[in-house]
Design a protein around this ligand. Structure first.
Ligand code: ZN
Length: 155
């Protein structure tokens, strides 16, 4: 069993510092168990990812790509990934929380291949740019907006 699995073993999550009786004891323990611990952490992260991919369908939501699962990305449908990462970091806690939310039925996440992810990002960028242009238009050229027949349409 990996150090990250099982009930009541939360304190042994891979990114937490294992506090033992003193630092010397810990250093000695770590030196003797380093390889095993690294392997366990890698396996735990891999298992977490595989579970997440499986529940999300093991393929790109947009184009159906499924040949190489290593490149599939967990996407935040509402583009709030950076806010979540600010709150939880990018490590174990963050990824585990995503899996728990998905298991609980959350529809906030989807799998995307890198290509579809890039297209989504480009769409988002253009949408934000348009919003800024409309904002600039509204602030800078108020006289043009008088009436309903503005010559400039940005949407
Ligand atoms: Zn795709």
């Amino acid at each position: 069993m990996s150090p990250c699995q099982g009930e009541g073993r939360e304190s042994e999550s891979p990114l937490s510092l294992k506090i033992m009786y003193d630092q010397k004891s810990y250093n000695k323990w770590y030196k003797n168990n380093r390889d095993k611990k690294v392997k366990n952490v890698r396996e735990a992260f891999l298992n977490l990812r595989l579970k997440t991919l499986e529940i999300l369908g093991n393929q790109c939501t947009r184009c159906g790509y499924e040949e190489d699962k290593r490149i599939l990305m967990v996407d935040h449908k509402n583009d709030n990934g950076s806010a979540e990462r600010k709150q939880n970091g990018q490590g174990w806690k963050y990824r585990k929380q995503i899996l728990e939310k998905i298991i609980a039925g959350s529809k906030e996440y989807q799998l995307l291949c890198p290509n579809c992810s890039a297209v989504k990002e480009a769409d988002r960028h253009i949408k934000n740019l348009n919003a800024r242009l409309v904002d600039w238009h509204n602030k800078s050229l108020p006289t043009i907006r008088e009436g309903s027949n503005s010559p400039i349409s940005l949407q």
